[in-house]
Design a protein around this ligand. Structure first.
Ligand code: NAD
Ligand code: UFG
Length: 341
């Protein structure tokens, strides 16, 4: 552990990825200050994370767009690093409500960075996404490739925030910025206490599939069976959310260098929708009723990470298998059919 960087502000700390990272940070001995407006989460997730780690975080319920609220948080704690998860993330919704996405994601980050400047905090790890490579990039994606044309307003906000943080670093060379480009996180904490708890009907494959398995939804629609892939269905780089959480702890080390550091966080391997369904059945014994439906607008046929840079520079690589990802997702779903209470 880098002892100079001890006090970590986690925005979006009650969310799916945030709360798994909270566990790893607490277990590694960091002092954690978690901030969340609970727009897409429950404070119960933070309580459970604390119970798992056997340590407590300091939690604040509030919005990162609220400058007065952030003043209180920054004034009370000598923060060394911000890990910035807070944001809206539903791709389809972003096309329907672009203003909400630009306001929450971009304006929220601007307000957060203003407070970082004011209180002398110069280190940030940001939750970016593979979506910033755009639709024309060759696979596998490599950090040296330029950002592509965003496919939707959600992707545009990620690209804008990457550029914003790069420009801040250009103007203030004492900043350390880490942009983590996540691929497709799935799975849950192995205890079954923490997991993905989307509100309403899930958009993402895994929560949809596990809700079919548990009987909450009738059947899964596979979006497209006529892609130019091995079995005709889309391929993605799925990684365990616990591996993704580990990547944040490893990334803290990169913050000792100033400048902007970009890392792909994926396994380096693409798997098809049918491979996910079949492996889920093999691991859990649960058959998944599904039909092959039309393609979903905006889906790319296949992408995966070149994860070599994170391995070399952060000493991070995904270690959990697809079987573990699916068994853990299923345990979470079975134990929490309605999500957090
Ligand atoms: P999530 O919705 O579970 O977590 C985000 C958290 O931020 C939620 O708890 C929400 O209540 C909170 N939040 C939203 N707006 C806020 C605001 N203005 N102020 C305070 N809190 C706010 O999502 P997640 O899957 O944990 O994703 C975390 C981050 O990672 C997001 O920025 C997301 O865009 C990014 N990301 C996620 C994925 C994925 O597949 N899950 C992939 C790439 C990138
Ligand atoms: N899929 C189905 N049926 C469903 C849901 C999904 O067949 O009901 C398929 C999709 O077509 C896609 C794959 O499952 O081929 C994965 O879809 P997800 O919606 O789970 O994930 P995406 O790859 O579309 O997007 C995710 C995040 C984005 C992020 C992107 C890259 O939702 O925020 O990964 O990191 F930008």
């Amino acid at each position: 552990m880098n002892r100079q960087l001890n006090s970590i502000l986690v925005t979006g700390g009650a969310g799916y990825i945030g709360v798994h990272t909270l566990v790893q940070l607490l277990e590694a001995g960091y002092e954690v200050i978690a901030v969340d407006n609970l727009a897409n989460s429950s404070i119960e997730a933070v309580r459970r994370a604390e119970n798992i780690a056997g340590k407590r975080a300091t939690s604040y319920i509030g919005d990162i767009r609220d400058a007065d609220f952030l003043d209180q948080v920054f004034a009370r704690h000598a923060i060394d690093v911000v890990i910035h998860f807070a944001g809206l993330k539903a791709v389809g919704e972003s096309a329907q409500q672009p203003l909400a996405y630009y306001d929450n994601n971009v304006c929220g980050t601007v307000t957060l960075c203003r407070k970082m400047l004011k209180y002398g905090v110069r280190r940030i790890i940001f939750s970016s996404s593979a979506t910033v490579y755009g639709s024309d990039a060759p696979v596998p994606y490599l950090e040296t490739m330029p950002r592509g044309k965003p496919a939707n307003p959600y992707g545009a906000t990620k690209a804008i925030i990457e550029q914003l943080l790069t420009d801040i670093s250009g103007a203030s060379p004492d900043w350390s910025v880490v942009l983590l480009r996540y691929f497709n996180p799935i799975g849950a904490h192995p205890s079954g206490l923490l997991g993905d708890a989307p509100s309403g009907i899930p958009n993402n494959l895994l929560p949809y599939l596990t809700q079919v398995a548990v009987g909450k939804l009738a059947q899964l629609t596979v979006f497209g069976g006529d892609y130019d892939t091995q079995d005709g269905t889309c391929e993605r780089d799925y990684l365990h959310v616990m591996d993704l959480a580990d990547a944040h702890v490893k990334a803290l080390q990169a913050l000792t260098d100033v400048g902007v550091h970009i890392y792909n966080i994926g396994t380096g391997k693409a798997l098809s929708v049918l491979e996910i369904i079949n492996t889920f059945t093999a691991v859990t014994g649960q058959a998944i009723p599904y039909t092959i439906g039309p393609r979903r607008a905006g889906d790319l046929p296949v992408f995966w990470a070149d994860a070599g840079k994170a391995r070399k520079e952060l000493n991070w690589q995904a270690s959990r298998s697809l079987e573990q990802m699916l068994a853990d997702a299923w345990r979470w779903q079975q134990q929490n059919p309605e999500g957090y209470p």
